[in-house]
Design a protein around this ligand. Structure first.
Ligand code: GRF
Length: 228
């Protein structure tokens, strides 16, 4: 069983999705979340972790060369780090130590609409401003530059002409919740054969809009029933 640390600054809905997915897998879970760390004591992720009886730690050291995170991960014998809305820069020694074992979820189809300062509704507003017909989450390995590591999985979510940043964010979040835990499970199980997982051209041309369809298609992709 791999040990996962989740780093989060915000509401923690992805953390919740990860916890619920592993719980639903029962003995089939290849990983368990052993610690959650946040730079914000009031983050919803901290409360969600504690409600699930997972240790939650508030990070205090704001220095870019801090060893606080590295020490925490070592103390918990962490194998895999999942960033879930963590807004601070990850110190270089952490990136180096967890190269290939640290993932992030971004709410747009990278390399578009990512990079420093691109988080929250700004991402979705940029997608709308660019008149994209398709958006969706990207799960990627973390490297030294924001949002630039190798892509492990992306999933297409249709942008509706009536969307604003908030409605688009809500629909992409549904896809994040289906995609991210499954990528983490596959990584923890050592199954990289599905990566990079991307929707095929036909799906990209006509991505579904409804959350139920998006969720169903992602689950099917991980069951090997959809070509990608
Ligand atoms: C998500 O949209 C994720 O893509 C981005 O930050 C947000 C975190 O949301 N990196 P939550 O805290 O998991 O609800």
């Amino acid at each position: 069983m791999k040990k996962v640390a989740v780093l989060a600054s915000g509401g923690g809905s992805n953390l919740q999705a990860i916890l619920e997915h592993f719980a639903s897998l029962g003995p089939g879970a290849a990983a368990q979340v052993v610690v959650v760390a946040s730079d914000r004591p009031q983050a919803g992720a901290v409360a969600k972790a504690r409600a699930a009886n997972v240790e939650a730690v508030v990070l205090r050291d704001r220095q870019p060369d801090s060893t606080e995170i590295l020490d925490l991960l070592a103390a918990h014998d962490v194998d895999l780090v999942a960033l879930a809305g963590y807004l601070r820069l990850i110190p270089t020694p952490v990136v180096d130590r967890y190269a290939e074992c640290m993932v992030n979820v971004h709410p747009a189809l990278l390399p578009k609409h990512g990079g420093p300062g691109m988080y929250g509704l700004r991402v979705h507003q940029a997608v709308i401003n660019a008149r994209e017909k398709v958006s969706g989450p990207t799960v990627h390995l973390v490297t030294h530059e924001y949002d630039s590591g190798p892509v492990l999985a992306q999933w297409a979510v249709g942008v509706d002409p009536s969307d604003d940043a908030a409605t688009l964010a809500a629909r992409v979040l549904v896809a994040e919740h289906a995609l991210y835990p499954r990528v983490i499970q596959a990584l923890a199980a050592g199954d990289r054969s599905r990566f990079p997982l991307r929707p095929d051209a036909g799906y990209l041309a006509n991505p579904p809009i409804t959350p139920d369809d998006i969720r169903r298609d992602i689950i099917a992709a991980f069951s090997g029933r959809v070509s990608s």
